[in-house]
Design a protein around this ligand. Structure first.
Ligand SMILES: Nc1ncnc2c1ncn2[C@@H]1O[C@H](COP(=O)(O)OP(=O)(O)O)[C@@H](O)[C@H]1O
Ligand SMILES: O=C(OP(=O)(O)O)[C@H](O)COP(=O)(O)O
Length: 398
């Protein structure tokens, strides 16, 4: 099945046409200063698509989610600061609509002139975006589709979500893949064929339940899986250790025990623990079987970094998603830094995927060019590597 691309749309001519672009502007904010964007990589990643459309005279309507609000407006998750940064990077105005499909959005879209850009408020403020009910999703999709004459998906980080803006809108409009989606899929496809071995996958981060589901499918394809970050504690619990107040998916402990039986998974042997989730917390490094009851694990320890680096030293293909610890706070950044540095030394093809993982590479001042590819999508990359059909890609193929 062929996918029509942004270039196809541009060659059809877009001057004066309204083009609805799904972007993934789900950027991280500074933990100490929550109104400040700490990494604008995802905004930069979609700029070529927006610039091409703007310069061709399209009327561009951009839509995105931010975080995981619960289907209702929540000021904590407004895209307003993203619109400001977006406009700075674009070098031209971005009109922010302070609702998604309501009066403000309708007004902003109706006032668009050729080459103008509107950003709608967070899609997830509307329950229809993420609903499992097809009719509810479809109704929201119809409201969004009314804003466009064509649809471009350049939200690689969200193509694994069967959400209205990703899956249902393309069924209602002529649809095209943006350059970012095409490039990401092209690079990741080199890992699904016959990756050079040893093939090592490193997983961390905080979206524990999402990722535990992926591990099962990924295990047969990889030689070694290194587990750090928030997800390691469910595995440590499966080994019979107490994990204090660390992130834990209690109902997944049995699954983790089964996964460990594969013999391919390495988990931390030491952990950096803290008495609370804060940069000025009391901090200690303990063996993985000695996490104090009231404390929480916020990074992998130095012995684990050394053991992971040894495995990575022999790897020929590496995929890494999810920070090894809370790298945003200095006392918990060493694990992520150590593993990232080990990956930069790999004599083979390396891919880093995920909004926060890519942000970590930049925040820690690592050389981005030392990685083979830095993907904007963590969960999306993982599901692609797992061999799953991605709803967003399937919708573009139809
Ligand atoms: N031990 C831990 N406990 C709590 N949060 C963690 C831990 N280790 C890493 N994290 C957090 O995980 C977040 C990133 O997770 P995730 O969204 O899954 O990664 P990505 O965006 O790269 O896919 C970071 O903000 C980091 O602070
Ligand atoms: O941040 C994202 O994914 P990632 O953390 O897996 O890279 C995407 O914006 C998707 O967000 P979601 O996992 O809340 O659907």
């Amino acid at each position: 099945m062929t996918i029509r691309t942004l270039d196809d749309l541009l060659s059809e001519g877009v001057a004066g046409r309204r083009v609805l672009v799904r972007a993934d502007l789900n950027v991280p904010f500074d933990k100490a200063n929550p109104s400040v964007i700490s990494d604008d990589g995802r905004i930069r990643a979609v700029l070529p698509t927006i610039i091409a459309l703007r310069d061709a005279g399209a009327r561009v309507v951009v839509m995105s989610h931010l975080g995981r609000p619960k289907g209702a407006p929540d000021p904590k998750y407004t895209l307003a600061p993203v619109a400001v940064r977006f406009s700075e990077l674009l070098g031209s105005p971005v009109v922010f609509a302070d609702d998604t499909v309501g009066a403000s959005a309708q007004d902003a879209v109706s006032r668009l002139t050729d080459g103008g850009v509107v950003l709608l408020e967070n899609l997830r403020f509307n329950p229809g975006e993420t609903s499992k009910d097809e009719a509810e999703r479809g109704a929201f999709a119809a409201q969004l589709a009314a804003f466009g004459d064509a649809y471009v998906d350049d939200a690689f980080g969200a193509v694994h979500r069967k959400h209205a803006s990703v899956y249902d809108v393309p069924a209602l409009l002529p649809h095209y893949a943006g350059g970012l989606v095409l490039r990401e899929v092209e690079v990741l496809s080199t890992l699904t064929g016959n990756p050079e071995r040893p093939y090592v996958v490193v997983l961390g981060g905080s979206k524990v339940s999402d990722k535990l589901a992926v591990i099962q499918a990924l295990l047969p394809k990889v030689d070694t899986l290194l587990i750090g970050g928030g997800m390691c504690f469910t595995f440590l619990k499966a080994l019979g250790y107490e994990v204090g107040k660390s992130l834990l998916e209690d109902d997944q402990v049995d699954t983790c025990r089964d996964l460990l039986a594969s013999g391919k998974i390495k988990v931390p042997t030491d952990v950096v623990v803290a008495d609370r989730f804060a940069a000025d917390a009391q901090v200690d490094t303990v063996t993985a079987d000695a996490i104090p009851a009231e404390w929480l694990g916020l990074d992998i320890g130095p012995d684990t970094v050394a053991a992971f680096a040894e495995v990575l030293g022999t790897a020929k293909t590496v995929f890494w998603n999810g920070p090894m610890g809370v790298f945003e706070l200095a006392p918990f950044a060493a694990g992520t830094r150590g593993v990232a540095e080990a990956i930069t030394k790999v004599d083979g093809f390396t891919v880093v995927g995920g909004g926060d993982s890519a942000a970590a590479v930049r925040a820690l001042g690592l050389d981005e060019s030392a990685f083979g590819h830095i993907s904007t999508g963590g969960g999306a990359s993982l599901e692609y590597l797992e061999g799953k059909t991605l709803p967003g890609v399937a919708a573009l193929e139809k």
